[in-house]
Write a protein that binds this ligand. Structure first.
Ligand code: SAH
Ligand code: SF4
Length: 360
């Protein structure tokens, strides 16, 4: 079987060439072609000797996952559904904004952590994505979106907030992160790459040591009692341990705050009292809050909090001096929220067939 070069970070690719009896600098050369130029055809890599190009064509390839469907929302949000084999699909979503373009990337097919409000969780865990399947989402999206007038890829930021728990697919996630950061690959700054975690405490410590990037932590409740019911992972890593890990992470983090994500669920975690409890809970951690409107999906009984509740909740945090943003829903018309498109495809409902055009 051919080696997929998207599976190798700089260190692994150097090893690959050394084993082939080639000079280590070939790895940097190849990376520049693959990631900076978006090239997958070895015969087009003109500054590489013809003999090596032939050898690579025989034993290697540059293969991102196949695209099953593509959807474009009225607000410019684009979503790709990627086929990762054996009936599994994952998604990548591009969100354009005035000053940046953000790609939301998946790290697992499904998720084992079963958060009560999450459609990915409802699908159960299928498998970890390979490095090629993670970095391949960025590679593919860059191909599709192209470069801006200055010759830079339009994607300036990456968030690991798609399907799956990145820190439970640690090694592959870190190799993909290294490619995002590597100057010979995408060269993104650590501040522009964000890992979102449900709070896998030992892996947060490892990430801090091995590859500190911006960190978002899914909080969603102001106390263990409620968080235990919304996020079963809390029973293993309760809030006290999680907040201590956030403090340790900040010692090495590229930004001087942790972003706490908080999905507002009507009548569940959105009261004034809970907002005040939350302020107390996080008082020792330098943080910002991102309040996320709940995205409903077919098998859920939760509802999105009303506009008034959202504003009141936000005001309590802001009055306590915590910078708080309220995420706009984007790409509603294409089910762009976490896990939704893949869920629909697995349902194989008529709605899916009507809703999405095959990418030819
Ligand atoms: N597993 C990681 C990253 C993927 S989920 C994590 O949990 O952080 C990315 C974010 O989407 C998380 O904050 C998650 O809580 C949120 N999310 C999950 N389901 C959602 C829904 N139905 N509506 C809105 N946000 C949701
Ligand atoms: Fe997994 Fe994150 Fe969904 Fe929880 S919210 S089930 S950790 S993907």
């Amino acid at each position: 079987m051919k080696s997929n070069l998207l599976d190798f970070d700089a260190h692994a690719l150097t090893g690959y060439f050394t084993e082939m009896g080639e000079k280590p600098f070939r790895a940097r050369q190849l990376m520049r072609w693959i990631y900076k130029e978006g090239e997958h055809d070895f015969s087009a890599m003109t500054d590489i000797a013809a003999a090596l190009r032939d050898k690579l064509a025989q034993c290697a390839c540059v293969a991102a996952p196949n695209i099953m469907r593509e959807e474009l929302s009225g607000d410019g949000t684009r979503k790709w559904l990627l086929d990762v084999g054996t009936g599994n699909a994952v998604e990548a979503v591009y969100i354009p904004e005035e000053t940046r373009g953000t790609l939301c990337v998946s790290t697992q097919a499904g998720c084992a952590l079963d958060c009560a409000f999450c459609s990915t969780g409802k699908q159960g865990f299928n498998r970890n994505l390979s490095v090629a399947e993670i970095i391949g989402q960025l590679w593919w999206a860059n191909q599709q979106l192209g470069k801006d007038a200055d010759g830079n890829w339009k994607i300036s930021n990456v968030v690991l907030m798609g399907m799956g728990e990145p820190l439970l697919n640690f090694d592959n996630t870190v190799s993909a992160l290294r490619l995002m950061l590597d100057d010979h690959a995408y060269g993104l700054s650590r501040r522009r790459v964000t890992v979102s975690t449900s709070g896998i405490v030992p892996a947060m410590d490892r990430l801090r040591e091995e590859c500190p990037v911006a960190l978002a932590v899914s909080l969603h409740a102001p106390n263990d009692k409620l968080r235990d019911t919304l996020m079963p992972v809390n029973r293993k890593y309760p809030l006290k341990a999680l907040l201590a890990a956030c403090g340790r992470y900040l010692e090495r983090a590229p930004r001087d705050f942790i972003t706490f994500e908080y999905v507002l669920l009507d009548g569940v975690n959105d009261s004034l009292q809970q907002a005040r409890e939350l302020v107390q809970l996080v008082r020792e951690v330098s943080c910002k809050f991102n309040l996320i409107p709940f995205n409903p999906f077919p098998q859920t009984h939760y509802r999105c909090s009303g506009q008034d509740a959202v504003c009141r909740f936000r005001d309590v945090l802001m009055e306590a001096g915590i910078v708080t943003t309220t995420r706009k829903t984007r790409g509603d018309d294409i089910a762009a929220a976490c896990g939704q498109l893949a869920g629909l495809v697995q349902d194989k409902t008529r709605r899916t067939a009507q809703h999405f055009a095959e990418v030819s």
